[in-house]
Design a binder for this molecule. Structure first.
Ligand code: GDC
Length: 336
């Protein structure tokens, strides 16, 4: 367990970053938390932390400032979202390359002891994800390179940047490829939400408004594997403390279709079966995706624990509480 360290978490106002701050707060660690977002949009915000609100880490002067006297850096920051966002904002997504690059340069100058980069399953070659049910993606499947356009290219490029900073300058790096992380204290409206949160919101709304239909993007047969946030944080910390410096999957191999996920949410919310209006012109991404966990089991002895139905229950409950508070407005975490 990491203790007595000075730790910089970039993207701390976001979903995974916020959970990581909470987890690392103990054990006499000193946390420096940074996010581009103003204070009111942070999902989690702790007083015992040195918080830097509205700080743009695309600027190298900011990176230099906050990496001074730091032991460890977690880069959880990028301009991102679910399919609806990344498919329509490729240039925005690619500019996150500046965050990782400027941070690495600053970490080298300030002699940081270890650097973590949050990569994504979007780094994998698209041609290996064209069937509904696929074998889980192995780490080698990222090459030959043909990742998700925009967002995935940024992740793959930044992974390589980490690798070369390790090879050329001796910086210790760890790289996780996250597979659709979900859970409480994440985005559920406003356009950046991923499928689990979006579908919890839609089912909640249908129930509340006594409607019998929901809109689903695509034909609902596309598949994914989803990882609950607590498992994500455990896997991340195990990887960080390991000796393994190549990219590794942090995901679940419980592959489900979007239709199956909707059924689980209907069960959780005790909603009768809703009619699904399939919107085939909405962003769909790859046809099938799941994580192969052979390597992560071997090198970290780690495996996900939370089944989708259990993680979705906690997520649905949190989203429904938030939505009950906000009435018909956008969530308090969402910049309209
Ligand atoms: O958005 P996402 O969770 O991203 O979508 C999964 C699938 O669910 C897509 O095929 C999408 O069309 C379908 N879907 C159906 N209805 C809806 O209402 C909806 N909203 C959304 N958002 N999707 C719906 C993600 C990236 C992330 C991250 C992960 C890594 O891709 O968007 O940024 O990197 O991958 O695994 P997904 O899984 O395609």
């Amino acid at each position: 367990m990491i203790k007595n360290k000075k730790i910089l978490i970039v993207g701390a106002g976001g979903f995974i970053g916020g959970h990581l701050v909470k987890r690392l707060l103990n054990n006499n660690n000193f946390i420096v938390a940074v996010d581009l977002k103003p204070k009111e949009y942070w999902f989690q915000d702790y007083e015992s932390v040195e918080n830097h609100y509205s700080l743009d880490m695309k600027e190298i002067s900011n990176c230099r400032k906050v990496t001074k006297d730091i032991d460890y850096v977690f880069n959880m920051a990028c301009n991102m979202g679910g399919m609806g966002f990344i498919e329509n904002n490729k240039a925005e997504c690619m500019q996150s390359v500046l965050i990782n690059t400027n941070l690495l340069i600053s970490c080298k100058e300030n002699k940081i002891k270890r650097y973590f980069f949050s990569s994504s399953a979007c780094a994998y070659n698209k041609s290996k994800q064209q069937e509904v049910f696929i074998e889980g993606l192995k780490e080698d499947d990222a090459y030959p390179a043909d990742p998700e356009d925009g967002y995935g290219w940024e992740k793959l490029f930044s992974e390589r940047m980490c690798r070369h900073f390790m090879e050329d300058y001796g910086i210790s790096v760890r790289v996780a490829r996250y597979h659709n992380i979900y859970g409480p204290y994440g985005t559920f409206d406003g356009g950046r939400e991923k499928a689990p949160a979006a579908l919890c919101r839609k089912v909640f709304n249908a129930r509340k408004n006594n409607e019998s239909k929901i809109e689903v993007w695509g034909d609902g047969m596309q598949t994914r594997s989803f990882l609950y946030i607590d498992d994500c944080i455990e896997g991340t910390l195990k990887l960080f403390e390991s000796n393994y410096s190549e990219p590794v999957n942090i995901g679940s191999d419980e592959q489900v279709s979007i239709n199956q996920m909707i059924e689980i949410i209907e069960d959780i919310s005790q909603t009768k079966k809703l009619e699904r209006i399939y919107k085939l012109d909405k962003p769909k991404g790859v046809r099938g995706r799941s994580s192969n966990n052979d390597l992560v089991k071997k090198v970290l002895n780690w495996s996900f624990k939370v089944q989708l139905k259990d993680g979705l229950k906690k997520t649905y409950n949190w989203i429904s509480e938030e939505m009950s508070k906000q009435g018909s407005n956008l969530s308090r975490f969402t910049k309209s």
